[in-house]
Design a protein around this ligand. Structure first.
Ligand SMILES: [Cu+2]
Length: 166
C-alpha cells in the first residue's frame, strides 16, 4: 500500500513538472542545432524582440543568417552596441553558432527583431517564426509571448527605448 502511494506521488510530481516545464521552456531540434526556449514580450509597439538560445552539438560552425515570419513586415537580426555612450541597435548579417558554445540572444544583447508587427502580441500566445541557418536549414519555431510581470525585464514604459525605425 505504501509503495503504491509513493509511486502515485512520483507520477504526480512527474506530471506536474512536465506541465510546468512546458510552460516555461520549450526546445526545437534540427540537424546539429537545438533551439532553446524562444520567447518575446507582450508587444507595446510595432516591434518585438525575440530572445532564444541556440546550441550546436555538431563539429562544424553554423550560422544564423536570418528569420522569417508572417506576423510582421520583417524579421531582422540585431545587436546592441554602445556608441558615444548611447546604446544603439545594429543590424547583423549573421550570428555564429559554434559547437560547444551556446549562442545566446537575450535582453541587452543580440535579438531577432520583428519589425512592423501586423497584430498585437498578447501574453500566452505563440508567435510563429522560422529561423534560417546556413547548415541546419530552416527551423520552424514558436516563441512564447510572456507578460511583463513574468520576468525581471524592464516595464513597457522603459521598453519604448527599444522601439526604433529601420
Ligand atoms: Cu532591435
Amino acid at each position: 500500500m505504501r509503495r503504491y502511494k509513493v509511486a502515485l506521488l512520483a507520477t504526480f510530481i512527474v506530471a506536474v513538472s512536465l506541465m510546468v516545464g512546458q510552460s516555461l521552456a520549450h526546445d526545437y531540434e534540427k540537424g546539429d542545432i537545438t533551439v532553446i526556449h524562444p520567447r518575446t514580450k507582450e508587444s507595446v509597439g510595432k516591434n518585438a524582440a525575440i530572445y532564444v538560445t541556440l546550441e550546436n552539438k555538431g563539429t562544424e560552425v553554423d550560422r544564423l543568417i536570418g528569420a522569417e515570419t508572417d506576423i510582421a513586415r520583417d524579421a531582422q537580426l540585431h545587436t546592441h552596441i554602445v556608441e558615444d555612450n548611447i546604446v544603439k541597435m545594429r543590424r547583423l548579417e549573421a550570428l555564429e553558432v559554434r559547437p560547444g558554445t551556446p549562442t545566446v540572444l537575450e535582453r541587452g544583447g543580440h535579438h531577432i527583431m520583428l519589425v512592423g508587427l501586423k497584430k498585437r502580441l498578447r501574453e500566452g500566445e505563440l508567435a510563429p517564426l522560422t529561423l534560417i541557418l546556413e547548415r541546419a536549414g530552416r527551423i520552424k519555431i514558436e516563441a512564447y509571448v510572456e507578460g511583463w510581470a513574468q520576468s525581471d525585464d524592464a516595464a513597457p514604459a522603459k521598453k519604448n527605448s527599444h522601439e526604433h525605425g529601420s
